[in-house]
Design a protein around this ligand. Structure first.
Ligand SMILES: Cc1cc2nc3c(=O)[nH]c(=O)nc-3n(C[C@H](O)[C@H](O)[C@H](O)COP(=O)(O)O)c2cc1C
Length: 206
């Protein structure tokens, strides 16, 4: 089966892309509008792409009716966001924040999330999240009319105390990994975990 992307509509492109690149980690993103009103929504077009500078990316679409989503508009106006990694305890709440509520309504209390002040940016942080990245917009790439790819520079990472192994300076998930989005309404928890590493070139060539 070959699908030429110049022959198909946006809906099928979405289905092929999102069901091919799986799993993707949803980020629960908090922003504030120009009046300081908080907003939250999940984005699974999300990943990290660089460590120096530390960069994460969000792919933010428009609403079916045309206007920017609140998250996209807020980042455009303020240049700031907090991207939270989501664990199973946050799953139901995360889904509530995806509801297309009218602009200016704060999804966070409706979803049952408490927030605290961030240290470097105005959008609030959800302390329940295993990890939160305080981010400042690095650059926004407008892809066509319908999608903005926002690169954010991570100013600070908040790692929940129970996950941080200070002695060895690493994140210890203790087997309870973040949730993974598959496609449509399907999600997954990570199953079997195994280890591997690239061979030494001399080993490979001998
Ligand atoms: C798990 C999950 C992942 C999502 N990922 C994205 C995404 O990557 N990009 C996007 O534009 N919308 C995504 N959505 C839809 C937005 O969360 C939804 O449109 C939301 O209402 C936007 O809220 P806002 O207007 O407050 O920004 C996702 C929804 C869910 C449930």
């Amino acid at each position: 089966m070959r699908i030429d992307f110049d022959q198909i509509d946006q809906k099928l492109k979405y289905k092929v892309m999102t069901a091919s690149v799986i799993p993707r980690p949803p980020a629960l993103v908090t922003t504030v509008d120009s009046h300081g009103e908080p907003n939250a929504a999940p984005f699974s077009f999300f990943n990290c792409f660089s460590d120096e500078p530390p960069i994460v990316a969000l792919g933010i679409g428009r609403r079916a009716s045309g206007p920017k989503k609140d998250t996209g508009r807020n980042i455009e106006e303020t240049g700031e966001f907090v991207a939270h990694i989501v664990d199973e305890s946050m799953f139901e709440g995360m889904l509530k924040t995806a509801s297309a509520l009218p602009q200016g309504i704060n999804e966070l209390p409706l979803a049952g999330f408490e927030t605290i002040e961030s240290d470097h940016v105005v959008p609030p942080r959800i302390p329940q999240a295993p990890i939160a990245f305080e981010c400042r917009r690095y650059v926004t790439v407008q892809c066509g009319m319908a999608r903005d790819i926002v690169l954010g520079e991570v100013l600070a990472a908040h790692i929940r105390d129970d996950l941080w192994d200070g002695g060895r300076e690493y994140i210890n998930w203790g087997g309870k990994f973040p949730i993974a989005r598959l496609y449509g309404t399907l999600y997954a928890s990570l199953g079997e975990v195994y280890s591997g590493q690239a061979p030494d070139p001399d080993e490979l060539l001998k």
